[in-house]
Design a protein around this ligand. Structure first.
Ligand SMILES: [Zn+2]
Ligand SMILES: [Zn+2]
Length: 372
């Protein structure tokens, strides 16, 4: 796009600069003027479609398969990128390689922001290997680790070591992420929830009725950084591994989030998360599970998502072994159907009018979801 623009500008400039040498007298000035007007017209005509094309560029989202962890790459029309979580810390760079592959498909040379939802191994573990494989800008997280076990403290230390000297932002509910080209607001972090509803939200939530709290969760899951992304008319909700009771704080008695077109199903679709008070009130049109073959997409949570009002489709990174045919999406909507896979991703291409499509590279199946 930029190359094309430069080329056309240069051609326009060329015509104006050299025309006086070929003509003389008063006709010369007229000739120059005609050529100048012509050049301006060419320049203007070349700029109009380019500007329109830039404004219509989509938001691309890659759901990287990290086998039951999370790693979701957003690339905005402004060319900036946000990676939510980095997958695991073993398997010889497996997850870093898969993230790098997605980044290259998206045409970026650097990941501008890496948001770590919380410090479990399947989210933060991949940071050192990712840094070794691909340029990364600023890290975003909720502050210190709150799950004081030896394993978790070690995990957090490894992360701290890896990001030493790099840009680092600690976020709290209500903060806007600094990324250009989409609006991303934090709704949960470090166990805290936004105090006021997001603009347009705040309605009484009838889906809270009959939903009771579960045993309290002292783990890092409840500390997850949750983000609501708005891109034109499209809304995307990603709450990391936020668990049930925090969902109720966010959604009951009033829904502080509003609706979602696309839901990144919380906690890989485990039943410690995904209360009907959350899922049914968000009314997602499409839900994507970042599950593994043997992790996530619990049948009861899958049923809650499936029965959500207005839901059109569930997409999954893996066929969930525990679910059988009753609790899995149809084959075309699943990126990886057995463990011999090579880590197929799912890609969402979203437009500002609220339309989007989801693409499965395993079978080249894609489906368009029109603007509402
Ligand atoms: Zn997780
Ligand atoms: Zn977790």
């Amino acid at each position: 796009m930029r190359l094309l623009f430069r080329k056309k500008t240069a051609q326009g400039g060329h015509a104006v600069r050299h025309s006086p040498q070929r003509v003389s007298g008063c006709k010369c000035r007229l000739g120059v003027r005609i050529l100048a007007v012509f050049a301006l017209a060419v320049l203007t005509l070349s700029l109009v479609p380019l500007t329109a094309a830039a404004a219509n560029k989509p938001l691309e989202i890659y759901f990287v398969d990290v086998e039951g962890g999370q790693s979701t790459l957003f690339v905005t029309p402004a060319g900036q990128s946000l990676l939510i979580d980095t997958g695991w810390n073993y398997n010889a760079y497996r997850d870093a390689i898969r993230i790098t592959k997605a980044a290259k498909l998206a045409g970026i040379k650097k990941i501008d922001y890496v948001l770590i939802t919380h410090y479990h191994q399947d989210h933060v573990g991949g940071v050192p290997q990712l840094i070794a494989k691909f340029p990364v800008g600023t890290f975003i997280d909720h502050g210190p680790n709150r799950e004081e076990t030896a394993a978790m403290n070690h995990q957090y230390e490894e992360y701290q070591k890896a990001i030493a000297g790099k840009n680092h932002i600690v976020v709290k509910p209500g903060d806007q992420l600094p990324i250009k080209g989409m609006d991303a607001v934090v709704v949960s972090a470090d166990g805290n929830i936004i105090e006021q509803p997001l603009p347009g939200a705040g309605q009484q939530n009838a889906n809270c009725e009959g939903v009771t709290e579960k045993a309290s969760d002292a783990s890092e899951n409840a500390r997850s950084v949750g983000t609501v992304i708005t891109f034109g008319n499209l809304r995307i909700v990603d709450l990391g591994d936020l668990t049930w009771n925090k969902e109720l704080q966010l959604m009951c008695p009033v829904n502080k989030v509003g609706h979602a077109d696309l839901l990144v199903v919380s906690h890989h679709g485990l039943d410690q998360s995904n209360s009907p008070a959350l899922v049914h009130a968000l009314q997602p049109r499409v839900a994507i599970f970042d599950n593994g073959a043997k992790k996530g997409a619990s049948p009861s949570a899958w049923d809650i998502v499936k029965s959500s009002p207005g839901l059109q489709d569930i997409w999954q990174l893996h066929f969930a072994d525990a679910g059988g045919s009753e609790h899995n999406a149809q084959d075309p909507f699943i990126a990886n159907i057995n463990e011999a896979d090579t880590g197929y991703y799912l890609k969402v291409t979203a437009r500002e009018d609220g339309s989007f499509d989801v693409f499965n590279p395993r079978n080249k199946f894609s489906k368009e979801y029109p603007a509402k």
